[in-house]
Structure formats: structure tokens, C-alpha cells
Design a protein around this ligand. Structure first.
Ligand SMILES: C[S@@+](CC[C@H](N)C(=O)[O-])C[C@H]1O[C@@H](n2cnc3c(N)ncnc32)[C@H](O)[C@@H]1O
Length: 131
């Protein structure tokens, strides 16, 4: 699988621009912060491990530059985020609440596909702001 991903990076001509981090994304994000990459990213994409969406969002806020964008997939989760929500739907529902309560971003939820949300980190946000 990893070999296949690396091959795809090369065939797309972007291998020199990408650094592959293999492992649990929660650890990888901690690593990035520990290694001084806070405030350096333009874009974060969240599309796995629905239970931890809020943690990925908060970690992304630390890693993004002001004005940087977070995209989150599946934010309507098959229409199961409200009412008859299943386990995953409940996680997403809680995450959606967390996102809109954040004072560090402005955002929108698009009703395309399975629901897709976009957030822009506000310029007033810095590492001392409560998120
Ligand atoms: C929905 S797919 C992502 C698809 C990808 N974003 C795309 O558009 O092609 C989720 C992937 O994340 C992986 N994954 C799930 N939990 C993870 C975690 N904690 N850390 C890293 N990868 C994880 C899964 O194995 C799966 O390959």
C-alpha cells in the first residue's frame, strides 16, 4: 500500500513536494507540533477516524497559518447526524457542534455528497486564543 502511494506521488510529479507520514494521524499531528510546524500549513483535510474529528480540528488550528483552510468530509454523514443518528452520526454531530462553537474560524457546511465543511482560520487567532 505504501509503495503504491509513493508510486502515485511520482506519477503525479509531486513526490519532491510531499512528505509521507505513516502511522496514527493523532501521533503524526503531535509530532508535527513538537517539531515546530505550528502556524506553517495552508490546508488541512480531515476524512478519517470520525470519533476523533474534534481533535483533528483543534490540532489543525494549531498547525495552520492564519487564513489557512480546514476541509472536513462526511459532515452530514448519510443524513444520520440528527434525529436517528447512529454511533458515527453522533460523533459527527458532536464534532459539527464543536466546529461551529469555535471562535477561531469562519466556516460553512455544503450539502454536497455526504456533507463537506470548510473553515478558514481567522487572522486574530494565535496560540493564546482559547479554542
Ligand atoms: C475515508 S478514507 C480516506 C480517503 C482519502 N481522504 C481519499 O479521499 O482518498 C480513511 C483512511 O484513513 C485511514 N485511517 C483511519 N484512522 C486513521 C488514523 N487514526 N490514522 C491514520 N489513518 C487512519 C483508514 O485506514 C483509511 O485508509
Amino acid at each position: 500500500m505504501i509503495d503504491q502511494v509513493i508510486k502515485l506521488f511520482f506519477s503525479a510529479g509531486v513526490a519532491s513536494k510531499l512528505q509521507l507520514m505513516v502511522g496514527d494521524a493523532l501521533d503524526s499531528l503531535d509530532d508535527l507540533r513538537r517539531k515546530g510546524h505550528e502556524g506553517t500549513f495552508d490546508f488541512c483535510y480531515i476524512d478519517a477516524d470520525k470519533k476523533n474529528y474534534t481533535t483533528y480540528f483543534d490540532q489543525s488550528l494549531h498547525l495552520l497559518k492564519p487564513g489557512g483552510v480546514i476541509a472536513v468530509d462526511n459532515t452530514l454523514y448519510r443524513g444520520l447526524v440528527l434525529g436517528d443518528a447512529d454511533k458515527v452520526g453522533n460523533w459527527i454531530n458532536l464534532a459539527n457542534k464543536h466546529f461551529i462553537e469555535s471562535r477561531s474560524v469562519e466556516g460553512l457546511l455544503l450539502n454536497v455528497g455526504d456533507g463537506y465543511s470548510l473553515f478558514r482560520k481567522l487572522h486574530i487567532y494565535d496560540k493564546y486564543t482559547v479554542i
